[in-house]
Design a protein. Structure first.
Length: 448
């Protein structure tokens, strides 16, 4: 008998508890592979996938990199493809509440049983090859999509692009969204260096989409795509424009103008995602479909019908009085605040914030203070111990800046305190912060 198959005579609750225990034990061993320094490179994952029969070659792939906007672009592309009747695999990271959120087929996360079975079966091979956590997880996702018979997969880059484990895929089209400062120790300390790493997902013969809106970065990405022989290459501001953006509580409306064969075609579209830049993110997803041509381009022309199905966990995610929005850099936090002001959420507004110490927490707190009358800084329970911010330092700085910041080390107490006298409570900062709050408040990230 398969060790993961419950015995018929065992009560369901006992069998469920055993399965849950096995799942968490498997995850503990999987996450143990995150120890030590990052090990970027494609050799191990290529070897691993070859030993698994190269499952990633059994379906077409769209590949997406970027600092900001890639999650929204993935979510939009997923909704468009599913709306057109395709069976879609979606691989993203990190997760908010449950690891299974990373590997999804048609909106359904990979089951705990399937995760446990895959990891248990292949753990000896992972150990033999020295596979890292992300390499193992990527191989599991690509294998799961093959086993599930997906029509297409959308793969989000984990870190950078050129040496990221996901760059083993051979996409029909790849996109780089907006570039920002992140993971400087691995990707470089200039926007140009970071863009160069992310441009590493462009490949010869595959379509490429350049989504960064700044001319210098945009031109550099275009040059990288052309240099490796990508084609066709579509570039925002040249091959399409986004104008007349209107943001309200129902989402974001915009005019998309596509320039093709010397002709221009304009359409008014609406995404349920809230924020000025969500119009640009949606336009990148649409450009991916246009660039891939054929049946994919036909789906792009149906966008107005299917955009209503877009959902993204943890981004302007409302469950009144709670509003959850990940902001891992100052630009992201400024976007959160702009969205709050555009939508006009009920006030007073308080905020619960926890940021990893290697992020620009000063910029994030400055941005949040523009909307919140009260900010509670705290410690997210799942934040890695070696990356937690120092609240003594945070408070000294916040007091010197005159920001309305209070310290509440206990996460559960911070959530409770934030509700006192508030009509809206924003939870923001790292994925750990938003995910931990969702778990405690029993908010399902994948619920529609």
């Amino acid at each position: 008998m398969d060790p993961l198959t419950p015995n018929r005579g065992v009560p369901a609750t006992e069998a469920a508890q055993a399965m849950d225990s096995a799942y968490h034990e498997a995850l503990e061993r999987l996450f143990a592979r995150t120890g030590g320094a990052w090990r970027l490179g494609l050799e191990r994952v290529a070897d691993l996938l070859a030993r698994l029969g190269n499952p990633h070659r059994r379906y077409p792939v769209f590949h997406i990199a970027g600092t900001n906007g890639k999650g929204s672009t993935v979510a939009t592309l997923d909704a468009l493809l599913r709306g057109a009747g395709r069976r879609v695999g979606r691989y993203t990271s990190p997760h908010l509440v449950d690891f299974a959120e990373r590997v999804v087929v048609n909106g359904e996360p990979m089951s705990h049983e399937a995760i446990t079975e895959w990891f248990t079966r292949h753990e000896p091979l992972l150990t033999e090859l020295g596979a890292t956590f992300f390499e193992a997880t990527t191989a599991m996702a690509l294998s799961h999509f093959a086993n599930e018979g997906v029509d297409v997969a959308i793969i989000e880059v984990g870190l950078g692009g050129r040496l990221d484990a996901t760059n083993i895929v051979e996409p029909v089209a790849a996109a780089v969204t907006q570039i920002g400062f992140d993971h400087l120790e691995y990707l470089g300390d200039t926007l140009e260096a970071i863009a160069g790493e992310k441009a590493g997902i462009f490949k010869r013969g595959a379509a490429a989409v350049v989504g960064d809106t700044r001319p210098a970065i945009r031109d550099m990405l275009l040059q990288r795509a052309e240099a490796v022989g990508s084609g066709p290459v579509l570039v925002t501001g040249r091959d399409w424009q986004v104008d007349d953006i209107v943001v309200d509580a129902q989402g974001t409306s915009f005019t998309l103008t596509v320039n093709e064969n010397g002709m221009s075609d304009s359409r008014r579209l609406t995404t349920p995602l809230v924020g000025q830049f969500q119009a640009h993110n949606a336009s990148v997803a649409l450009a991916l479909l246009r660039s891939a041509g054929g049946e994919w381009a036909k789906i792009e022309r149906e966008a107005a019908t299917h955009l209503a199905g877009v959902r993204i966990a943890g981004r302007f995610h409302r469950s009144p009085p709670w509003l959850f929005d990940v902001a891992h850099n100052a630009d992201g936090a400024a976007t959160v605040v702009a969205n709050l002001l555009a939508v006009g959420v009920p006030h007073p507004l308080s905020a619960v914030v926890c940021v990893l110490r290697d992020k620009d927490w000063r910029g994030i707190l400055h941005a949040v203070s523009k909307a919140a009358s009260r900010i509670l800084v705290t410690m997210a329970p799942t934040a890695p111990a070696n990356r937690t911010w120092q609240l003594d330092e945070v408070m000294d700085w916040a007091q010197a800046e005159g920001l309305p910041v209070e310290r509440c080390d206990d996460f559960d107490r911070a959530l409770a305190e934030a509700q006192v006298g508030a009509e809206t409570v924003l939870v923001t900062g790292s994925f750990h912060t938003v995910g931990d709050a969702m778990e405690r408040l029993q908010v399902d990230p994948l619920a529609r």
